[in-house]
Write a protein that binds this ligand. Structure first.
Ligand SMILES: [Ca+2]
Length: 109
């Protein structure tokens, strides 16, 4: 019985951790669909490239993205890109849109 409980717990953890990673991958896909030149990757929004659950600290651009979530209760997050584009999240003098076009990271100077 204990072994069954352990297996079940591992399965539940895998689903929970996996769904967080899938959510992030969906955001990345959406960003790349809208801005193909941005070449969005994990480090576009996160401090660590391969962020794990509980260690998914976001950079300045990731923080700005969270300010412009259209429906915070929606399972799949969408963002108000029109409000994100003119910002200079990382403070390097280039707008997020200019960084998307140039393929540079909008969250790191
Ligand atoms: Ca910038």
């Amino acid at each position: 019985m204990k072994k069954t409980t352990a297996v079940l717990l591992v399965a539940v953890l895998a689903i929970v951790l996996g769904s967080a990673a899938v959510a992030t991958m969906d955001m990345q896909k959406d960003m790349n669909a809208k801005y193909p030149t941005a070449k969005a990757k994990c480090a576009s929004c996160h401090v660590k490239a391969m962020a794990k659950k509980g260690d998914a600290e976001v950079n300045a651009f990731g923080k700005d993205m969270m300010k412009f979530v259209i429906d915070p209760k929606a399972e799949k997050k969408t963002f108000d890109w029109a409000k994100l584009e003119p910002l200079d999240s990382d403070g390097d003098g280039k707008s997020n849109l200019d960084e998307f076009k140039a393929g540079t990271n909008p969250g790191v100077k």
